[in-house]
Design a protein around this ligand. Structure first.
Ligand SMILES: Nc1ncnc2c1ncn2[C@@H]1O[C@H](COP(=O)(O)OP(=O)(O)OP(=O)(O)O)[C@@H](O)[C@H]1O
Ligand SMILES: [Mg+2]
Length: 251
């Protein structure tokens, strides 16, 4: 981790659903600015892990730390305020509003003051400018005034990720951002994530190894709720145990 501040640390996290053990003693530290992939077969516990990190599910045992602070019992909305953002599989956009309106609303929701009829127009204009700059960054500026409904799947996914980025998160959790996208659309999302430099730490759950190898530098492999490998993309690629888990095909 080369001395970077610890962004996210899991310490012996376990999760049971009744008698079903889904996560067992999961521990790792992700440094600020790191891009880390979480891979593993279906049912390995990846999404459950995200739900625990985001505060949507209580854990059974263990601790979660965010920049050193213990957030194990912190509610999800407080974690979001502290800089933890995530995207979901299902769309969270307003389909009947334009792309730019969706972004402006997200910027507004993030800021402390809510929309107010008597707020100075200059404030709206500055949000509008900020939203346009964000869209420009991902090459979607020309789509600003389109209804979200009119966008393609890949563009919708880009806007969803942009909404998460608009919150200026410290940590961004992405659960299979390219799932269901055609290869051309998946590369729109990949390019967008690769361009996103700076302080955002990214943790990505992904089945598409092309996307994984393109975007992240480190991989954590989950299998039956346990971390079975954790290392550089190159090291994981050459790991016999991981090859076996994927039945020799996918890596
Ligand atoms: N709320 C729940 N109640 C009971 N069991 C659950 C619940 N949520 C998840 N599980 C079980 O936990 C296990 C892990 O599920 P999870 O969704 O975390 O896997 P995953 O690694 O994200 O899989 P996939 O790659 O298919 O998305 C599965 O066996 C699942 O059926
Ligand atoms: Mg999942």
């Amino acid at each position: 981790m080369s001395g970077a501040a610890s962004c996210l640390a899991l310490d012996g996290v376990s999760k049971r659903f009744g008698s079903l053990s889904v996560l067992e003693e999961v521990s790792f530290v992700i440094g600020q600015g790191e891009r880390c992939g979480i891979i593993g077969p279906n049912g390995a516990g990846k999404s459950t892990l995200f739900n625990i990190i985001a505060g949507e599910l209580p854990l059974t045992r263990g601790a979660v730390r965010f920049f050193g602070g213990n957030i194990t019992r912190m509610p999800a909305h407080a974690r979001a305020r502290a800089g933890l953002a995530r995207t979901f599989q299902t769309t969270t956009l307003f389909p009947k509003l334009s792309v730019i309106e969706n972004i402006v609303l997200a910027l507004q929701a993030h800021s402390a003051e809510r929309f107010h009829l008597l707020a100075p127009r200059s404030r709206y204009h500055s949000r509008d400018r900020e939203a346009r700059a964000l869209l420009d960054r991902v090459g979607l500026a020309s789509r600003s005034n389109e209804l979200v409904d009119a966008l393609g799947y890949g563009e919708k996914r880009q806007v969803e990720i942009l909404l998460a980025i608009a919150q200026k998160p410290k940590l961004l959790l992405l659960d299979e951002p390219t799932a269901g996208l055609a290869p051309g659309d998946a590369s729109l999302v990949t390019e967008m994530l690769k361009r996103e430099r700076g302080d955002i730490t990214i943790v990505l759950i992904e089945h598409d190894m092309g996307v994984v190898f393109d975007v992240v530098e480190r991989l954590i492999v989950l299998h039956h709720g346990r971390v079975v490998a954790d290392g550089t993309v190159e090291a994981i690629r050459g790991d016999d145990n991981v090859q076996e888990i994927y039945l020799g095909g996918k890596l």
